[in-house]
Design a protein around this ligand. Structure first.
Ligand code: MN
Length: 739
């Protein structure tokens, strides 16, 4: 129990802060009922009583500061109340049920979300893992206010990080740079992102931070004087042109300078846009007018003019950027945008996220959908001046983010089941999977997983995959693993049956299988173009070759059966419709490719070269997987065909009533310039091809765009390649055989 004196001190300090909060709320939301905020304050005061932070301050200061940040974002009373209560479930005896009873469903839902995220251990060094966590966190929450409270919480924790021991500082700072700053960036919240990054850098690398800060400070005076001069010149010219605009200048943030130094391997002296200027206009037309005026005043640096107004960044950032060189040779950067665009750049999603009373409207739902899309599409922008680098369009964005009991994120397609999860962990875990626990509860294997689920797979040694699983799995990876297993084991059975059929047939001639020499069998196998006796046996088992014919080749001419035997009566059949039909069902019909003279063989397109209809192809009989079909140009073909007996003639089936689309990957090497992507997708669209995936990388104003397309045949592909090569600025188009 806190002493009376402590209680009085706490009350005095927190009451001042609470009054600030209420004042700010009244200003930003004059028509809202703030009773819930007051109630949340009283409730927090009561339940955090006696708790202190590492700084020695009363604990309540923290939720109050978080609420203040939210009020600055102009968030609604529900969000601010939830902000005041955000640590109550984690750090006090209060439960979600209590919160729901006192504050209603919405506040409880938000506090629950914040608590849930607090429990995730974000510690990670793996970049992909960090990316997954960011996506997962955003996908998991169904109310954006959860994320905004989490950001406000992190901001205040970072502002007071000095009070924690160094290891904790390091860990929290790292997490801030890896998870929270990128999320703020994605949501377009430039201001919070900037502060999080600078604080994160300062605590993660104090020496590096100080170096950059010192270097910047040494140039600050000079820079500010320079900016002041430029600002006056611009303001003068704008007045002359009758344009009303506000000009502001700034020295860039420490972290953004640090990133630039790292990226370009240069010293602070070489950073030419240490000083930056911003012109904020009244209208969109004025933006372009101002750009004209500035380019009239100073010479623009070629290739540095970026029109993010016509082509907004995926986080909806809009602005014109240009770099100019003054008469005395000093380059500097100018950003031009309207007031509205400026607000969006600083506050992002919070700027247009105005919650009304009552339930979430359809419009808000749409915004959530928009947000998810932004999250899916937006990757880290490594260089803010590279427009192509922000682009990653995944046309199959539906993913769920699940966890192993140890907290590793497993990304799966939507509607995935525990079987998918098991195969993602390890093939053997998949094969031996007998059950699963989701969030501690047993579920059937057909159970659909959701983002945030913690999945524990139960295995049993010796357990085998079932064919029914093919209907339960969602990811192609697990499907392939199951198919492969079934195929291999089907083959084992086929070999066994093949042997039995030969034995049966041989018995008619009073010959035991043992009496037949291995080399004779091998010869017959080779005669069929097969590498091993097992291949011959499985061929018989699958019903591809008849046991009688095979045996005929083994026996001296003129041998006649002495016992009449009826194979069919024992339930073993070498006729198609037996095992062969089972195998075909497993694999689907590969009727697009036929093996000359062998209608029933299993055929698949080799993954190393992915041949498409129209290409010259060769077949290669694999051990147990049927015939792999390669393009003759495939580099593997030369290696594979060192055993010529394995080669088999294949051809594209003439009549293909169901046209197949093959995924083909192309790399387009081109100039990094405006409109390039539109031209590329235009050519593809004109050829009526579907884009499965597109990614772009840029460096030194050059770009390489990788695109995976659905292609129907070779002619279709050639049309697209020719079209792409015709685009001005495209240097080369290459097909990547491997997808
Ligand atoms: Mn907190």
């Amino acid at each position: 129990m806190a002493s009376l004196r402590q209680q009085i001190a706490t009350t005095a300090l927190t009451l001042t802060k609470f009054r600030d909060l209420m004042k700010r709320m009244q200003e930003s939301r004059p028509h809202d009922d703030l009773a819930i905020v007051k109630k949340a304050y009283d409730y927090s005061l009561k339940h955090h009583e006696g708790q202190t932070r590492a700084s020695g301050e009363p604990y309540l200061v923290h939720p109050l500061e978080v609420a203040l940040v939210l009020a600055e974002m102009k968030m609604d009373p529900i969000a601010v109340a939830a902000g005041l209560l955000h640590d109550s479930v984690e750090d006090t005896s209060v439960t979600i049920v209590d919160i729901r009873k006192e504050f209603g469903e919405q506040v409880a839902h938000i506090v629950e979300g914040v608590t849930k995220i607090s429990k995730i251990d974000f510690a990670t060094r793996e970049e992909q893992q960090a990316e997954n966590l960011r996506k997962m966190m955003l996908a998991m929450v169904d109310d954006i206010r959860v994320v905004l409270i989490k950001l406000a919480d992190r901001l205040h924790n970072m502002r007071t990080l000095e009070h924690l021991p160094p290891e904790r500082q390091h860990k929290i700072a790292e997490e801030t740079l890896e998870i929270y700053a990128p999320i703020a960036h994605r949501l377009g919240m430039g201001k919070i992102r900037g502060e999080l990054e600078d604080l994160g850098f300062r605590f993660l690398d104090p020496v590096g931070y100080e170096q950059v800060e010192k270097a910047v400070n040494a140039r600050r005076k000079q820079g500010e004087a320079f900016l002041e001069r430029m600002q006056l010149i611009i303001a003068d010219k704008l007045k002359e042109a009758g344009i009303q605009a506000h000009v502001e200048s700034r020295i860039k943030r420490v972290f953004s300078i640090h990133k630039k130094l790292q990226r370009q391997h240069i010293s602070v002296d070489q950073v030419y846009d240490l000083c930056a200027m911003r012109v904020i206009t009244r209208s969109l037309q004025d933006c372009y007018a101002v750009l004209g005026i500035i380019h009239n005043l100073w010479r623009p640096v070629p290739g540095r003019i970026k029109d993010f107004i016509a082509m907004p960044r995926p986080n909806f950032y809009q602005s014109l950027h240009t770099s100019v060189i003054t008469e005395d040779g000093t380059p500097f950067e100018i950003q031009i945008r309207t007031e509205e665009m400026h607000k969006m750049a600083e506050e992002g999603i919070a700027a247009h996220w105005k919650y009304k009373d009552g339930p979430v409207s359809a419009q808000d739902e749409q915004r959530l959908a928009w947000l998810r899309q932004v999250v899916e599409w937006q990757r880290d922008v490594s260089d803010p001046n590279e427009f192509l680098s922000t682009l990653k369009v995944d046309l199959y964005p539906e993913e769920v983010y699940t966890f192993t009991p140890k907290g590793k994120v497993v990304v799966l397609p939507r509607d995935s089941t525990p079987i998918d999860f098991a195969y993602t962990i390890h093939t053997e875990v998949g094969h031996t999977c007998v059950g699963a626990k989701v969030n501690g509860r047993m579920v059937p294997l057909r159970h659909k997983l959701h983002s945030g689920d913690i999945v524990e797979i139960l295995t049993q040694p010796g357990h085998k995959p079932s064919r029914d699983w093919l209907g339960l799995v969602k990811s192609s990876r697990s499907r392939n693993k199951i198919k492969h297993w079934l195929n291999v084991h089907q083959r084992e059975r086929a070999i066994e049956i093949g042997k039995k059929l030969i034995e049966k047939e041989a018995r008619k001639y009073r010959i035991a299988l043992k009496e037949i020499k291995d080399e004779d069998l091998q010869k017959v196998a080779s005669g069929y173009g097969l590498g091993r006796v097992d291949d011959l046996m499985s061929g018989i088992g699958y019903g591809k070759y008849s046991a009688r014919q095979v045996l005929a080749r083994l026996l001296p001419a003129g041998a006649t059966p002495s016992i009449a035997g009826d194979i069919e009566s024992e339930g073993l059949t070498s006729q198609p419709g037996g095992i062969a039909s089972v195998v075909r069902r497993v694999f689907g019909d590969h009727n697009a490719i036929t093996v000359r003279g062998q209608g029933d063989m299993l055929v698949y397109r080799a993954r190393c070269c992915n041949p498409i209809r129209g290409e010259t192809i060769v077949g290669y009989i694999t051990r147990g997987k049927g015939v792999a079909v390669h393009s003759v140009n495939c580099p593997n073909v030369t290696n594979l065909l060192y055993e010529p007996e394995r080669k088999i003639d294949v051809e594209w089936a003439r009549d293909d009533s169901t046209p197949t689309a093959y995924p083909v990957k192309l790399t387009v090497f081109c100039d990094d310039r405006f409109g390039m992507l539109k031209l590329i997708t235009g050519v593809i669209g004109d050829a009526k091809s579907n884009i499965r995936n597109i990614t772009a990388h840029t460096a030194n104003s050059q770009a390489s765009v990788e695109v995976v397309l659905d292609i129907s045949d070779l002619k279709h592909l050639e049309t697209i390649i020719v079209g792409l090569r015709k685009i001005p600025g495209v240097h080369e188009v290459q097909r990547l055989q491997k997808i």
